[in-house]
Design a protein around this ligand. Sequence first.
Ligand SMILES: *[C@@H]1O[C@H](CO)[C@@H](O)[C@H](O)[C@H]1NC(C)=O
Ligand SMILES: *[C@@H]1O[C@H](CO)[C@@H](O)[C@H](O)[C@H]1NC(C)=O
Ligand SMILES: *[C@@H]1O[C@H](CO)[C@@H](O)[C@H](O)[C@H]1NC(C)=O
Length: 204
Amino acid sequence: MSVTSILFSAITIMLLSTTIATESTASGGGNPKATNFMVEACKNASTKSQIYDPNPITQEFCVLSLKLDNRSAEAKDVHSLVHVAIDILKGQVATANDNVKQMMHDTKNGTSTMRSLSFCVVDYNRMVSILSICDTMINEYHGRTGRADDGLLSSELPACVEKVDKPFIDCWLGLLGMEVKKLLDENIAVGMLVKLNFYLASII
Ligand SMILES: *[C@@H]1O[C@H](CO)[C@@H](O)[C@H](O)[C@H]1NC(C)=O
Ligand SMILES: *[C@@H]1O[C@H](CO)[C@@H](O)[C@H](O)[C@H]1NC(C)=O
Ligand SMILES: *[C@@H]1O[C@H](CO)[C@@H](O)[C@H](O)[C@H]1NC(C)=O
């Protein structure tokens, strides 16, 4: 995963507080249980992120995030966990995107703020489109009939998730310039979930 981890540098250099993101991500969940499999996968993903990332994801953040969707408790392989994690990420992107659109209603046309917000909507939509392709990869992997030669290479799924890095950073930079805390916090929560997806996909 050396090439991937080098390409995946933009999110890595963000000075993120995992504490903030853990709180905002954990707030919506009920109380589904964490299975041994989830905990073990989260341990492996956080160990991997500690090797490659100055702002690693913690095992706790991983488990709290996965518990937001009770289907994570049914996962028997890491592909299924990533499938659930992608949905959780898509949900956070949708929330962040809705609030960007909301703010556009209160923003004057022709301003730089309006332009940054407009680009963010495009960036978030692009993230969702890319994640849908990653999802399709997982579905096709599970639909496979046992032929080894048409399988998914272990590097393909993290490489797919990694493609959301650019639109994510583009939106982040636009929001940074605006200093709107709510939108920025939601964007950072998106970034933490991108990391989580990437490192979960990397332990396959
Ligand atoms: C976690 O890592 C250990 C040691 O490499 C491995 O045996 C185990 O299968 C991994 N489990 C998951 C869920 O990734
Ligand atoms: C997951 O939660 C939903 C509602 O939040 C519920 O309808 C469903 O039965 C739950 N599934 C499992 C497997 O617990
Ligand atoms: C801003 O532009 C959009 C689309 O170009 C338009 O629908 C909207 O009415 C405009 N809003 C204002 C306040 O001018």
